[in-house]
Design a protein around this ligand. Structure first.
Ligand SMILES: *Cc1c(COP(=O)(O)O)cnc(C)c1O
Length: 269
């Protein structure tokens, strides 16, 4: 196996992850990802206990999610709220299974997130913060949130521009039901590891700067960055959460442009 963090990322191998079809497949894939995470931690001189693996189950059927649960997953990431809500409803019997919404949210779906999610990683506007706060108050719940930052500069990617994050953070104490944990980003999709790495470095530097000015109630411990194709690089640059789908569940049928619209969809390596 090639060293994962030399010149190539694995975005170009999305089609090659085999489907996980049994509990043993999931156990094996989870252990393999965890082992790669640990190696990356050691390389970076970091404590492996400081990096959480968030398995991402989007597009996968309920049966797959149940296998992942049987293999030990207790928190699953989903990109689309409606889909996540449906799965949550169908799996009420798994009372200790928790849900992280990691995709862009429209205000009219805030009500659903407030009902079932324990974490929301894609906060990128005050309108969404307001909608979530109101719905969470109504439910008597609180939600862990990450502020999504656009570190790749691609106009089509969601997230705040880095220069707008400080001002945004200053507003967040007015939303007490939102427990701010840190920042989240999607790196550039590129086969050039160094360009991917720059996105992660940008997020870490931004976090370090914000720490000096952020209101006391705002947590900035967490950096959610890295996916199947680039999580080792993200860990080397300080990730505390990696969001890994295909390396655990198997390849998705849908192209990535379905989740993250880009002008250059299909042409990226
Ligand atoms: C799908 C998704 C991931 C996981 O991507 P994989 O290539 O399956 O590892 C991570 N983050 C977000 C926001 C996603 O939508």
């Amino acid at each position: 196996m090639p060293e994962p963090s030399d010149t190539q990322t694995r975005h170009d191998q999305h089609g090659r992850y085999p489907q996980a079809a049994t509990v043993d497949d999931f156990r094996h894939n989870l252990a393999a990802v965890r082992a790669r995470m640990d190696v990356a931690c050691h390389r970076a001189g970091r404590d492996p206990g400081g990096v959480r693996l968030l398995p991402v189950s989007k597009t996968k059927p309920e049966a797959s999610l149940r296998l992942a649960y049987a293999a030990g997953c207790r928190l699953l990431g989903e990109n689309k709220v409606q889909e996540a809500f449906g799965k949550w409803e169908a799996m009420q019997d798994l009372t200790d299974l928790h849900w992280s919404v990691i995709g862009h949210l429209q205000t009219n779906k805030a009500k659903l997130v407030a009902r079932f999610a324990s974490e929301f990683q894609a906060l990128d506007s005050l309108r969404v913060a307001e909608a979530l706060e109101r719905r969470l108050q109504a439910e008597g719940r609180a939600l862990d949130v990450f502020v999504q930052v656009n570190t790749s500069g691609e106009a089509s990617k969601y997230g705040l521009s880095p220069e707008n994050v400080q001002g945004f953070m200053k507003e967040l104490p007015s939303f007490p039901a939102l427990r701010v944990r840190g920042l989240m980003t999607l790196a550039l999709f590129s086969a050039e590891a160094e360009r991917v790495r720059q996105c992660f470095i940008l997020l870490r530097n931004l976090r370090d700067q914000l720490r000096q000015s952020a209101p006391a109630s705002i947590g900035l411990e967490e950096l959610s960055m890295g996916m199947s194709g680039d999580f080792e690089i993200a860990i080397e640059e300080g990730a505390t959460v990696v969001r890994v789908g295909q390396a655990i569940f198997g390849a998705r049928a849908m192209p990535d442009s379905y989740y993250w619209p880009t002008e250059t969809a299909g042409t990226q390596a």
